[in-house]
Design a protein around this ligand. Sequence first.
Ligand code: C2O
Ligand code: CU
Length: 468
Amino acid sequence: MPPLLPLTRRTLLTGSALLAGSGLLPRAARAAVVGERRAVRLSAGPARASLAGAGFPDTAVWAYDGRIPGPELRFRQGDTARIAFANALPEATTIHWHGLRVPNAMDGVPGPSLPPVPAGGRFDYEFPLKDAGTFWYHPHVNSGVQVAHGLTGAFVVEEREPIRVDRDLLWLLGDWRLTKEAELAGGFGHPMDATHAGRIGNTVTINGAVRDRVSVRAGERVRLRLINAANARVFALDFQGHAPRVIALDGQPVTPHTPPDGKVVLGPGQRADLVIDMEGRPGEGFDVVDGFYPRMAYRLTRLTYGDEAPLRDSPLDAPIALAANPLPEPDLAGAVRQDVVLDGGMHGAMPKTAGPRGPFWALNGVAAMGHHHLEPLITVKRGQTQVTAFVNETGWWHPMHLHGFPFRVLSRNGRPAEHREWRDTVLLGPRETAEIAFVAEEAGDWMLHCHVLEHQETGMMAVLRVTA
Ligand code: C2O
Ligand code: CU
């Protein structure tokens, strides 16, 4: 249960928001409360966590509310979220609400007019929740270090009319590089990582711990929300013995489908919502295997069936398609086109200015270091539809993330995308091209970057400026 502390006067008077969040109100009563302003407190600071499991000491981490991952923030579509944030870290930070359509000033990107939250400082984030779905939050300052220290959390916006499932589960996937004593390994931003695949770890956690098993019940239908909160690791999850169906990508509903080759691929920053019918028998167990990196497949966990009698004999017969979010549809006929070429990295064309710490990567030949005083790479008028092909000329994987505007994926390597899915992060394989389209609906400077944080911090970041 997330610690939803009611702060607003209205909430204190009626208590209804608290009840709505606690699941104590029947569904009809909850649905009636729309447009509620709901407040939570959140802090970031040093903590200790048991990540690696029994037999290992705790790890010194940075955490939201002292927990790894941070509290699961749960709101409902149409409500307004208010997060009273306090920074107890030894350095400045911000919170970026990854994938949520928030006003520019609430996006957690530091800039000349919006400094980061200093050590000991506070900031109140407030934004209406336009879209339902699975989102997440993390810092946007010194991210390669702060995210690797554990500053990540899930942000779920519930649909007003949810689909019928027996359980709603969430796995926030973390990836840690730990020493034998389970301390965080140093060497953040090391050029060896930055010029290659990023800081890939050696310990993968589900909701902050290595988990040998996850208990399930025969016959139940589970909605599983997956979040890749790793700095750099890509996942390709194979749910052995099961046939998950993807119902949302990056929080946005998609035509329900079984993923290609049965594997759920998640680049850093990406999410997938799955519906899984637990079709095994009581007492059985099935591995969930991550096989993204060839010859380095490992068991993420094991779905372990309890001994109870099956909940039902055949899978639940109920629709699984989610209602679309109110996103503006791109007007392809009237679109402007701005392509973005990714270059650099080991064995690639590194920027001429590369020093020992970078920059190692570039977008359209421009290598950005840090957030400040970035000239926009792309300028577009508000309301305009933009079509962009990301052209990956490197030999590496890059999850390209755009703030502010979920986009449709139109094509990959010139072939139409089967589901034209909405995303906020598109994963590009080596030498791959993906074409996207979106409506630039809010003015401001918005970040566009690779979500391999060591790439982002060594050149693979740019600003999209939307003018009023
Ligand atoms: Cu999840 Cu700009 O980041
Ligand atoms: Cu990258």
